[in-house]
Design a protein around this ligand. Structure first.
Ligand code: CMC
Length: 412
């Protein structure tokens, strides 16, 4: 009725009113709850930013301490989950495991499931019911707390190693690196085999987590809300977001950048690669963005972090190819005229690689912080004073109008 044009890819459709994240794509501006990303990356910490994104204000000291201890307290996972992870093939992609693990987690927490508790479970929270609000907070603490634990399990099972119980007394990023107990070939993640993650790398990961925590209606956050709008438990909605993020056009792009740089091989091959991109035989991964029509502001911060990480890990030779590609694309008319500039993924993969992470783990390093953005959007939607409306878009039907069924033997 009245529909004339399909908005393919939601280029011109706002699906929600939000108070969380602001992007000005023409001027390269990103703010969380009004605070510039540059200030948060420099002066805040990941869990403080998480609180800000979810609850809308910077926490007081006691609010931050409560939030931090609740998140870290909810890190451990029922030991049955070990059997769940062991059921995967030895070479399963960590994103397949993580996506499934979030959905699996939902099976433990019936208290967060409107199918079991009644559809008004979260509407009660919207009306200010303290028990319902506490219930909602508990699921948020669980999702953030267990994200690192599940990610570390997906990492270690690939190496045939036992799982690590989340430690106490460490920050979120430090605890994550500790659980991975990840020794890169040159052994820079753990200082002197002490199992204590290197402070420079902890800080770098914390900043990367801040930069990846939210990005308004990206594909995965939209998926979480789309799924959440039919009122499943939040673990199922997050699993759906995780599946969306897995794709190479979204969270898989940092992995795709490294594959691309490895395939280019050296700066001298950059011109030929760019020609292939212009002929649409290749994609320049890590460039372009639906919203930014100039450089992604996060890419400048990441570039600085990369230098700090390389000072510890040593310089990645792929950096020369990356810089040659970056500089050549930014001077080339094809990319300039289409306003294609580096996005967050152009440099992040190089940092993860320098830290010794395998490529297929890169998207997992994106999911862990993005869980915060997902739950912030989910909470905002669930607590909306106008209630939750199921997301049910329309289509333009272009198929046959009506035709009669033809039995198999009469079909030509
Ligand atoms: N390489 C070559 N050409 C490109 C690229 C690219 N990376 N990105 C866009 N274009 C071209 C595209 O072919 C089109 O050209 P034309 O108008 O001649 O047909 C024009 O630029 C406009 O692009 P679009 O496809 O309409 O842009 P979009 O908003 O639909 O897609 C994007 C955005 C991020 C999917 C796309 O730029 C892309 O595929 N980039 C590479 C993958 C990537 O780096 N993804 C990470 C995004 S940021 C983090 C995240 O979201 O996870």
């Amino acid at each position: 009725r009245g529909l004339r044009v399909a908005d393919r890819g939601f280029l011109n459709t706002a699906v929600i009113e939000s108070h969380i994240t602001y992007i000005d794509g023409d001027n390269g501006v990103l703010r969380y709850r009004g605070y510039p990303i540059e200030q948060l990356a420099e002066r805040s910490s990941f869990l403080e930013v998480s609180y800000l994104l979810i609850y809308g204000a910077l926490p007081s000291a006691s609010q931050l301490s409560h939030f931090t201890s609740e998140v870290l307290l909810h890190g451990p996972i029922h030991s049955d989950a070990e059997g769940f992870f062991r059921a995967f093939r030895y070479d399963a992609h960590p994103m397949s495991m993580l996506t499934s693990a979030f959905a699996y987690l939902g099976s433990y927490y019936g208290e967060a499931n409107p199918s079991l508790q009644g559809q008004d479970l979260f509407t009660k929270a919207a009306k200010g019911d303290p028990a319902a609000l506490q219930n909602m907070d508990r699921q948020i603490f669980r999702l953030i707390g267990k994200a690192t634990t599940l990610a570390a399990m997906a990492y270690r099972i690939r190496q045939g190693r036992d799982f690590v119980v989340p430690p106490t007394g460490m920050s979120y990023a430090e605890s994550f690196l500790y659980q991975l107990d990840h020794l890169s070939p040159t052994d820079h993640l753990s200082e002197l085999h002490s199992n204590k993650p290197h402070p420079v790398l902890v800080k770098a990961l914390d900043i990367l987590f801040i930069l990846h925590a939210d990005h308004e209606m990206n594909a995965s956050s939209t998926t979480v809300l789309q799924t959440g709008s039919s009122l499943p438990d939040p673990f199922s909605a997050v699993a759906a977001g995780c599946a969306s993020l897995y794709g190479p056009l979204h969270g898989g792009a940092n992995e795709a950048v490294i594959r691309m740089l490895v395939s280019i091989g050296s700066p001298k091959n950059v011109p030929a690669f760019l020609e292939a991109v212009k002929k649409r035989q290749k994609v320049l991964s890590g460039f372009g963005h639906r919203v930014y029509k100039t450089s992604d502001p996060r890419s400048f911060i990441i570039r600085k972090v990369a230098d700090e990480v390389f000072a510890v890990t040593g310089r990645d030779p792929l950096l020369d190819t990356a810089m040659a590609l970056h500089d050549a694309a930014l001077k080339d008319d094809y990319f300039v005229s289409r306003k294609l500039a580096p996005n967050v993924d152009f440099w992040s993969g190089l940092i993860y690689r320098a830290m010794g992470f395998p490529m297929d783990f890169f998207p997992v390093l994106f999911v862990v912080p993005r869980v915060v953005g997902w739950v912030a959007h989910w909470r905002q939607m669930m607590l909306s004073p106008s209630g939750v409306k199921i997301w049910r878009p329309r289509q333009l039907y272009l198929g046959p109008s009506t035709r009669d069924y033809v039995p198999l033997e009469e079909r030509t």
